[in-house]
Write a protein that binds this ligand. Sequence first.
Ligand code: SAM
Length: 339
Amino acid sequence: MPALETTPAPADGPLIDTFGRVGSDLRISVTDRCNFRCTYCMPAEGLTWLPKDEILTFEELTRLLRLFVRLGVRSLKVTGGEPTVRADLPTLVRMFREAGPDLDISLTTNGVLLETLAAPLAEAGIDRATVSCDSLLRHRFSEMTRRDALEKVLRGLRAAEDAGLTPIKINCVVIGGTNDDEVVGFARWARETGYEVRFIEYMPLDAQHAWERAKVVAARTVLERIGDVFPLVAHGDGAEPATTYAFADGAPGRVGVIPSVTEPFCDSCNRMRLTAEGQFRNCLFALQETDVRGPMRAGASDDDLEALLREGMWNKWAGHRIDHPDFVQPARSMSMIGG
Ligand code: SAM
């Protein structure tokens, strides 16, 4: 349910909602296009891309980022679709870096183009990379992404390390009966590589609406399975949605969990999203968006746009309702939102 609050959003201070949560982490989707077709995200074919003129230009994206920085955003994730398929991404990153010299800027990518892009992206201003990888088995990776690209992704990871896009995080969506038998293998890999492998609970955000509750593997279960083989100790300050653990024996690497379904962290959520075509979303699961592109292209001033963003954040609901009977899946899939 959207918040019923009718008082206007504050005219100054950071972006805040009626529950007192401050938006300080922004995800900007730079394209809706993707070169993978992950089964839990997109159909094999038939997803229509946005026409080019509907996608925000580099100048529009940077203008909005500058506003967000003015409003207190401290970290930026560049995402998509697959962000690396946006032509000339390093130029855009350079513009982002100029707009936010002190921003923590990371890239969320499937990694398949990092072999050539890691160095130019690091040079342009990306600090860190998060690479999605759901299986370390070639045949399963191919089945899940519909691309036979595991080797290329592993080479991309090495390029990211060489370029200094560290610490490297791995996003692994765990789906019951598909790849949940690999969680211990992923933990072993974290110990060997020093990566932080974050296990994400499967969420109802797939374009096909084929999500099943029964296929969600609870973060708790993942941690128990790993802990039985490699005892874990809590690590970090808990400010991130991924609860992070180190290995009790002092081995390198970390494991983390993002328990969006079984233990939602809406109460402390600081995330906001801007879609590739300029819709502001105050929640991954939001059913309402704030159109920023329309007013911007109609000549809105920075102050007008700031007021729009403030209003958009102010109306954030208490939290998503995946486990409630009245849950409604957003019309957009993860690739159209920007994960
Ligand atoms: N293409 C980039 C990538 O692969 O990281 C960025 C966009 S992708 C949509 C961002 C993240 O969302 C990926 O880690 C992906 O696995 C995750 N994701 C997509 N659909 C999901 C779903 N239904 N449940 C949980 N995570 C999902």
